[in-house]
Write a protein that binds this ligand. Structure first.
Ligand code: ZN
Length: 280
């Protein structure tokens, strides 16, 4: 449900993004006859049996894969550990470079692959680990094997790890509304406007594109925040990449909060999203 709602809180496509997405679909022969211009962010949901060429692109005449069809949109991988590990590993390069290069003997083709990766997984093969109502029947070794299908370096590249507990039926049916998508999208647009003003350049638009130097410039921490981050790094044994991710994410949480300084609650929330680093 979360991944289906995600496009409704993302900013509308710019004309440039719209043209780029349309070109990819057109070249792949996937542009609907009655749609000259794709105006909504694509959501791709490949099955866990998808092959490597289907995922990242390939073929004698190079064709765009799911990562490129999801460009400017969302790539949703359900049952994440069920995908072949070799295929999951091929995602690392596009996640890093935001494009894929398909090399052939005489030439190479480059496709954009700037997508938001959303992945879902069970806590164990049977799905009931930590469930308050049902008993997990998995052996600890089975759980280890299941979780280890996702490599550390891949987990490292994912910004937010969230545990979604079972929602009791009465809460599911509760009439109390949370934040609506319209309100949330406005918050996202405001946060992005703050980022544009901060970077004031065409090249750099978003917090997650900040380099090490920009992080030091725009994510200045006071002594309290510094202490929290140092403690998390040593206690949880986080990587340097996770350290920078926490800073970028806390900058974004502060932006959503319309706060210029990063405050302790922003750092704490960002650290909380590194949950899987501790388990895998
Ligand atoms: Zn289980």
């Amino acid at each position: 449900m979360l991944s289906r709602r995600l496009p409704t809180i993302l900013p509308p496509l710019t004309l440039e993004e719209s043209l780029e997405t349309t070109r990819i679909y057109s070249a792949a022969g996937k542009l609907p006859m009655d749609t000259p211009l794709l105006a909504t962010r694509p959501v791709r949901t490949p099955h866990h049996t998808a092959s490597a060429p289907a995922m990242v692109g390939g073929g004698t005449i190079p064709q765009a894969g799911e990562v490129s069809l999801a460009n400017n949109g969302i790539l949703f991988l359900d049952e994440f550990p069920e995908f072949m590990r070799s295929i999951l590993e091929t995602l690392r390069q596009p996640l890093e470079d935001r494009q894929v290069t398909i090399s052939r003997s005489h030439s190479s083709v480059c496709f954009p692959a700037d997508f938001l990766l959303v992945a879902a997984m069970n806590p164990c093969p049977c799905g009931y680990f930590n469930d308050p109502n049902k008993t997990c029947k998995c052996h600890p070794q089975q759980i280890d094997r299941y979780l280890s299908r996702i490599s550390g370096p891949l987990i490292d590249r994912i910004d937010l790890h969230i545990e979604v507990p079972v929602v009791p039926y009465r809460e599911l049916r509760s009439s109390q509304d949370g934040t609506s998508s319209t309100d949330m999208r406005q918050k996202v647009l405001d946060a992005r406007a703050r980022q544009r003003r901060r970077f004031d350049s065409k090249k750099l638009m978003l917090n997650n594109q900040m380099t090490g130097r920009e992080i030091r410039k725009h994510c200045v921490l006071d002594a309290d925040c510094e202490g929290l981050l140092r403690q998390a790094m040593t206690q949880l044994g986080l990587s340097a990449r996770a350290h920078d991710k926490i800073l970028r994410v806390s900058r974004t949480i502060a932006d959503l909060d319309a706060s210029e300084p990063i405050q302790p609650q922003h750092i704490t929330e960002a650290i909380h999203y590194r949950k899987l680093d501790r388990q895998l």
